[in-house]
Design a protein around this ligand. Structure first.
Ligand SMILES: O=P(O)(O)OC[C@H]1O[C@H](OP(=O)(O)OP(=O)(O)O)[C@H](O)[C@@H]1O
Ligand SMILES: Nc1nc2[nH]cnc2c(=O)[nH]1
Ligand SMILES: [Mg+2]
Length: 167
């Protein structure tokens, strides 16, 4: 599977690392809140945004959490992102005072369509690649464009050969 990815590097994130990085993002977002009452809601971008959104909601004591689902379709090798489930717009409105959370931004296509729905929201991701960095207001760690980020929900513990004897 992984050999087929057109990326030179792999960045493997453990649950512990994700927890630390999401908490670091929450700490930063706390100081960026619009006023003393804090952020009024979170919109998590499914599915990858749900784990960091839960951690941030806990740290910032945000109880209103909604989701937006974006799916990329391939049309003659050009991918197009489409919203297949929107948040409750009566609750979220234009996004003022709302945090949008995703695990990462890569090309920025997902965030482009999400931002159109909630133009005043504050967009935050845990990880960012250079192409999409301009689409986020806050992030924690940048990786190079040719890096593939592996999240803990896509990984399993397994045996690896010792270095000595390889290559
Ligand atoms: O900046 P982009 O190039 O749009 O890529 C970033 C998006 O891609 C991944 O989600 P994916 O669509 O794979 O779905 P998932 O979160 O359900 O795994 C990731 O979780 C981001 O949401
Ligand atoms: N897991 C994962 N999903 C992605 N979607 C777009 N880029 C990435 C990435 O680097 N890792
Ligand atoms: Mg995603």
């Amino acid at each position: 599977m992984t050999e087929r990815l057109p990326h030179e590097r792999g960045f493997h994130v453990s649950w512990d690392q994700l927890h630390r990085d999401a908490r670091a993002l929450a700490w930063r977002l706390q100081s960026e809140a619009p006023d003393d009452t804090g952020w009024r809601a979170i919109v998590a971008i499914t599915r990858g945004g749900m784990a960091p959104a839960m951690i941030i909601a806990r740290e910032l004591d945000i109880r209103t959490v909604d989701t937006i689902s974006v799916k990329s379709y391939d049309h003659q090798n050009q991918s197009e992102a489409v919203v297949i489930k929107a948040p409750d717009m009566n609750l979220i409105g234009d996004g003022d005072g709302v945090l949008i959370i995703d695990d990462l931004v890569d090309t920025g296509k997902t965030l482009e369509i999400v931002r159109k729905q909630m133009p005043k929201a504050h967009v935050a991701t845990v990880y960012a690649k250079p192409m999409g960095r301009e689409m986020v207001d806050s992030f924690i760690t940048e990786v190079s464009q040719d890096t593939w980020i592996f999240f803990p929900w896509d990984l399993a513990l397994q045996y690896v050969e010792p270095y000595r004897g390889q290559g």
